[in-house]
Design a protein around this ligand. Sequence first.
Ligand code: MSP
Length: 479
Amino acid sequence: MDSNGEFYITTPIYYINDKPHIGHAYSTIVADTLARWREAQGERVIFSTGVDENAQKTVDAAKKSGEEIHAYVDRLADLWAGTWAKLGIGNTDFIRTTEERHLETVRDIWGRMEAAGDIYKGQYQGLYCRGHEAFMKEDELTPDGLCPDHKTKPELVTEENYFFRLSNYQQKLLDFYEAHGDFVAPAHRFNEVKAFVERGLEDISFSREKKEWGIPVPNDPSQVIYVWADALVNYVSVVGIEGWDEHPADIHVMAKDIVKFHAVIWPAMLMSAGLPLPGQVIATGFLTIDGTKMSKSLGNVVDPLDLAARYGADALRYFLLREVSFGDDGDFSEAKMRERYNADLANGLGNFAARVLTLAEKAEVKFGNLDGEFEEVIASTKRTVAEKLGVFRFSEALAAIWAALAFGDRFVNEKKVWEIKDEAARAKALFDLVSLLDNIAAMLAPFMPETSRTIAAAIRWDGDVLIAAKPEILFPRIK
Ligand code: MSP
């Protein structure tokens, strides 16, 4: 991955046929954590998320809610952007595919692919799943002919479409994968992608007969660009063609459902358009509820704003990043969330911070030399966090921070810090503890930005004298 002090990370742009659920929140929190981490390393970060408006399902949803389409998409775009703000997401851009900057970029890239001889007109017949906004192969359906994810019957569609010569790119993609051993993470997803491409690639339909919605094909207004061929381009629209040429996305974050679009079609489009490829495609598993995929179409959704309102946004971020091991599916249950909240946050982090700061407030703590063991714990925890974040093991990074917390807790208990009679000795012990807490707050910044700021703000130095502010209860216990 080339870096030159700049880091560009993206989430998928989400469909707006409904409001966000915690599956969407999870991908966005993962991307936010990586963005904040890189920013903490001093890099200039571009972090984009946004919405995919040009799908047929947008039209269906607007009709269903009885709203005029433009009013509907404006309302939903605001709702999505607003949700991310409430979850502590620090995206630097929010892209909508109805924006002029995007239309221009889509037309530009279409023109480049056409000039490369990769766009041609042909007859298409296929089984179209509206839920996926994609054609499906017969062997991908259930025995009774339904889409396995949406449990609906795909429609048989026959039309004249523009095609993209994906078949041209089989060898080029395989060569690229060979040269970029970490292009897709986790590795088993990469193996799936390689196996898929090795089986051979068919050209894909890149346009649809024009209905009422979508981006018209340049020079043929009777067709609109296939929503995926339009949506993927958003990543370029955010930085502009020249910006992308100089520095393409370092990381595209998503769940496993859309890896093929990002690791096969997208690189082929970029090769065709003569543009550089992204650094990495990273895929989480699915959050399930009672073992079933959560989706707008299935209607078993959990609202992240509701959880954030009751537990706090940082608690939701912590739970998702700690509970789910990266790349695997994770089952969400509120009982599990409450358990972790009380154990790790209320009794763990919150209690440790309150204990240390209450004692420190009552003592005269001076800045001094950090105890060797504390220094070692802090340094090794920082190394572990960096190492784990480099390979997206959020849960293990957090576990390492909690091990440092446990070290601090043990120290307080074993030394009975509150009972140390000698004032200088007690102040020294508290200097070590406050330093540990301060470092823990810094390490938590990418994961739990608000909590990190609150703790850091409670530890201020006036010259070499500590002014510990009265601690607030970070995580009130929940029954
Ligand atoms: N609009 C396309 C993406 C275009 S990107 C150029 C799309 N949208 S979507 O609204 O369906 O979002 C899919 C993404 O949402 C997944 O890849 C994942 O990031 C997130 N998730 C949706 N449901 C999810 C779960 N149940 N669990 C985890 N992530 C989930 O596809």
